[in-house]
Write a protein that binds this ligand. Structure first.
Ligand code: NDP
Length: 318
C-alpha cells in the first residue's frame, strides 16, 4: 500500500503517489478505462487525485468527479487548478484575477461534484494581475471553505517566496508547488527546492516517468508502441517529443541493470527516484491503463541506496 506524507508544513497528509488525469480522462482514454484507473488507484491506497479545469477543456474534472462518486469524501484529497481559459475566450477567461478565480472555483466544484477541494492551485504565475489581488482571492476562497489549502504550479523560486509572504499576511499559508521533475528534468533542484524547503512548502511533481519515456518502452530506432502517448498526435505527442531522442532513449535502457538490482521495473525506479527527494511530497503519476497504476504504486516506500543514485547520475548525466 502507498505511504503518506505531509504537504508542506501543514497537517494535510497526501498519498506519496498521487493520481492525475491530464491528457487521459475526457481525451486519450474512454470513460470506462478512466474509471478503471481511478479504481486501481483507490485499491492501491492512493487517496489523492489531481486534475485541472483546463484538462480536456473541463471534461477531465467531470470524469474524475463521476469516477469518485460514492467514495467517502473524507477519505479523499481532491486537487484542481485555475489559470487557463475553459470558455470561448472572453477578456477575463484567463489568468489569476479575482473574477476568474472566483468563477472558476465554483465551476470546478460543480464538475467535481464536491463542496470543496482540498488543494486549489494557481496553474501558472500571472504576470499581469497584481499578486495581492490573486492571494486575496485565494484567502477568501479558503475562508469560504471552498478550498482547504492553496498551492501553485510552475512558479519560480522568487514568485513562490512572494506568494508565500502574502499568504502569511492574509492569514493562510501557501503549502505546495507543482513542477515537472524526473530523472530527465531536474531544473527545480537549483532554486525551487531549496527555497520551498526553507518556507515549509512541498513539491507535488508531475511527469515522474517523463510521460512514459522512463518506463523504457520507447527504444532507439524502434516503432512507437501502438496506443502510447507518443502516438497521440491530438494530445501528448507534442510535449513528449522533448525526450524522444535516441541518445536519451538509450540512456534510459542503460538504467535497466540499476532497476534490476532493486528488483524494480524502470517505471518503478523512476517514481521511486523522485520520492528520494525530501522536499517532494508526492509523485504525480498518470496512466492510460489500470495495470500501469498497479505497477507504479509499488515504488512507494522504496529506498534507493546512495551508490545506485550516483550510478543513475553517471548513466544519465555522463
Ligand atoms: P507520467 O510521467 O506518470 O506519465 C504517464 C503516462 O506514461 C501514462 O499515461 C502512460 O502513457 C505512460 N506510463 C505510465 N506508467 C507506465 C507503465 N508502467 N508502463 C508503460 N507506460 C506507462 O505523468 P503525466 O505526464 O501523465 O503527468 C501526471 C500528472 O501530473 C497529470 O495527470 C497532471 O495531474 C499533472 N501535470 C501537471 C502539470 C502542471 O502544469 N501542473 C503538467 C502536466 C501534468 P501511455 O500509456 O499513453 O503511453
Amino acid at each position: 500500500m502507498v505511504n503518506y506524507r505531509y504537504l508542506g508544513n501543514s497537517g494535510l497528509k497526501i498519498s506519496e503517489i498521487t493520481y492525475g488525469n491530464w491528457l487521459t480522462h475526457g481525451s486519450q482514454v474512454e470513460n470506462d478505462a478512466a474509471t478503471a484507473c481511478v479504481r486501481a488507484a483507490l485499491d492501491a491506497g492512493i487517496s489523492t487525485f489531481d486534475t485541472a479545469d483546463v484538462y480536456a477543456n473541463t471534461k477531465a474534472e467531470q470524469v474524475l468527479g463521476d469516477a469518485l462518486k460514492g467514495e467517502r469524501r473524507e477519505s479523499l484529497e481532491i486537487f484542481t487548478k485555475v489559470y487557463w481559459p475553459t470558455g470561448p475566450g472572453g477578456p477575463n477567461d484567463t489568468g489569476l484575477s479575482r473574477k476568474h478565480i472566483m468563477e472558476s472555483i465554483n465551476a470546478s466544484l460543480t464538475r467535481l461534484g464536491t463542496d470543496y477541494v482540498d488543494l486549489y492551485q494557481a496553474h501558472r504565475f500571472d504576470t499581469e494581475t497584481p499578486l495581492e489581488e490573486t492571494m486575496q482571492a485565494f484567502a477568501d476562497i479558503v475562508r469560504q471553505g471552498k478550498a482547504l489549502y492553496i498551492g501553485v504550479s510552475e512558479w519560480t523560486a522568487d514568485q513562490i517566496r512572494a506568494g508565500h509572504a502574502l499568504s502569511k499576511e492574509l492569514g493562510f499559508q501557501l503549502i505546495s508547488s507543482q513542477p515537472q521533475y524526473s530523472m530527465l528534468w531536474r531544473v527545480i533542484e537549483n532554486e525551487v527546492v531549496p527555497t520551498s524547503a526553507e518556507l515549509g512548502i512541498s513539491q507535488i511533481v508531475w511527469s515522474p516517468v517523463a510521460q512514459g519515456v522512463l518506463t523504457g518502452k520507447y527504444t532507439p530506432g524502434a516503432e512507437l508502441p501502438a496506443g502510447s502517448r507518443a502516438t497521440d498526435e491530438k494530445g501528448g505527442a507534442n510535449m513528449i517529443k522533448r525526450f524522444m531522442h535516441d541518445d536519451v532513449l538509450q540512456r534510459v535502457q542503460d538504467l535497466k541493470p540499476v532497476a534490476d538490482e532493486l528488483d524494480l521495473s524502470l517505471a518503478q525506479l523512476a517514481v521511486a527516484w523522485v520520492l528520494q527527494n525530501d522536499n517532494v511530497a508526492a509523485a504525480l503519476i498518470g496512466a492510460s491503463r489500470p495495470e500501469q497504476v498497479a505497477e507504479n504504486v509499488k515504488a512507494s516506500g522504496v529506498v534507493i541506496p546512495e551508490e545506485l543514485l550516483a550510478k543513475i547520475d553517471t548513466i544519465l548525466g555522463g
